[in-house]
Design a protein around this ligand. Sequence first.
Ligand SMILES: Nc1ncnc2c1ncn2[C@@H]1O[C@H](COP(=O)(O)OP(=O)(O)O)[C@@H](O)[C@H]1O
Ligand SMILES: [Mg+2]
Length: 618
Amino acid sequence: MRERRPVTDRTAENRRRPLATLAALLPYLWPRGETELRVRVAAALACLLLAKLVNVTVPLFYKGAVDALTPQGAGAAIALPVALVVGYGLVRVLAQAFGELRDTIFAKVAVRAVRRIARETFEHLHRLSLRFHLERRTGGLSRAIERGMEGTSFLLNLLLFSIVPTMLEIGLVTAILWGLYDIEFALATIATIAVYVAFTTTVSEWRVKFRREKNERDSEANGRAIDSLLNYETVKYFGNEAMEARRYDASLALYERASLRTQASLSFLNVGQGLIIATGLTVMMLLAGSRVVAGTMTVGDFVLVNAYLLQLYVPLNALGFVYRNLRQSLIDLEQLFALLDVAVDVRDRPGAPPLPDGPGHLAFRGVSFAYDPRRPILRDVSFEAPPGARIAIVGPSGAGKSTVARLLFRFYDAGEGAIEIEGRDVRAVTQASVRAAIGVVPQDTVLFNDTIFYNIAYGRPEASREEVEEAARLAQLHDFIARLPDGYATQVGERGLKLSGGEKQRVAIARVILKRPRILLFDEATSALDTNTEREIQAALDRVAAGHTTIVIAHRLSTVVDADEILVLEAGRIIERGRHGELVARDGLYAGMWRRQSEAARLADELARVAAESPPPG
Ligand SMILES: Nc1ncnc2c1ncn2[C@@H]1O[C@H](COP(=O)(O)OP(=O)(O)O)[C@@H](O)[C@H]1O
Ligand SMILES: [Mg+2]
């Protein structure tokens, strides 16, 4: 049984350990084979170190100046400590300059990592099977990628520039306080920080679930909005705008609730952090003040302690912010990486060779298949198409005809039996080579929101303009395009909605002509069209198909009378097979369908004739 893993709604299962997520990021911080980026990381770290070293000297200059300005005894002259004051200004600027330099140098590393992760995710999404894509929600997916990209950039910066340097700064300041005065100051500092860190991590962990909920609601609301907008016309047909708005708003309401909880818990965290730091500060100032009174410390020392504490306060506060955001970014990234973890269920065997060249010999051997193990769709389907043959598959809707096509194209792997092209099992060769050999004109064609030219040329993007126009001519499309005001540069709209069904279908045919595959597959390519258009397109298809192995899935039997073999599929089984004449003579399901359709066609012709002959009433 194959594993099924929809993505956005199953986060619980895909939840990674935070450390695993962080570890997954490390290769992006030290990218293999990218010397420039590695040099940048090293240089940024050097700047960081310099900035911090310079920064801890700032209070020393300050203290020196204060002491120099404080009268030491009665009548002692005060000299203006110009060097100290200027030095104070200078080191401040230097510290800031190193910080900015660091950010500038590192930016490329972070941006490049975001780009790589986004591209890898995109490629992975295209590798995932049709099964995955039928189950996902595009809106939720794109939000997960977006958030993951933001999270990546944020995390990389945090990792390198907040956590490491804050730790460094705390260590330096503690050491200086200890060295200059006594251990009590160092202990008080460490105690404050320990309580602070413990509080922050505990509360942040508790808050994680709010954030996760917020993300899930966000994805859900987005998915609904996009689904609804994609169904714009359907919404209008049934006048359901209000219902759509209600459904969207219901998702938003849940999002709102989750956001409020996130905010309230954040405020709690902030207040707690502030309280801890204020307490620590007060205790240390009391310690220092009592020493000044006792005469063991100068006013400059008092100022120095205060300056260091305030200097620590900034990064500590940042640490709280960082930890919070770290958790949030990790949660955002989790979804992205969960996406990358989704197993590709149709994959090439290791070392699979490409499909060898050949004339287009095709065979299904005892193929059975089910999308869902509880409901078999195809049962023991066997047929063979020698090179150049035309095989038709007919049968009621839902019989499994398109499924045969999807299996041939290897959107899914057959459960039992084998599908062979040129005598090779399609599972033993690369997917890309199988797909390159088959040209599909699908039941309904969806186009890219670009020009007609782009959409036709999609069949072989390197084709020349002449080749594209030639393909359009063969598909009976060129004259139509020539009449458009913008010609080949006409925009087709989202999903190709600005073209009619027949026009879209002809674009699909032109694409396949450009692709030049050895096997052709028409899945009810003309069933959505009126009889006249159908005849035109059928003629185009016949021209394209000449000399190629062709599978025609058809609803209207008139299009398959000349097939080499007709397979009648019902409920996933081939129940009749043979040439048109044989099947009609057998008087089974096919003969019945044929009679009904010819009768309908005859009636339609009759009606048209009568309408043409009799003058309109009145
Ligand atoms: N992705 C899918 N997951 C589950 N069932 C599916 C899926 N695609 C199609 N089916 C079901 O498989 C049956 C055969 O579908 P299909 O091959 O498209 O029929 P048709 O003969 O009309 O082309 C239908 O009953 C359909 O509901
Ligand atoms: Mg179908």
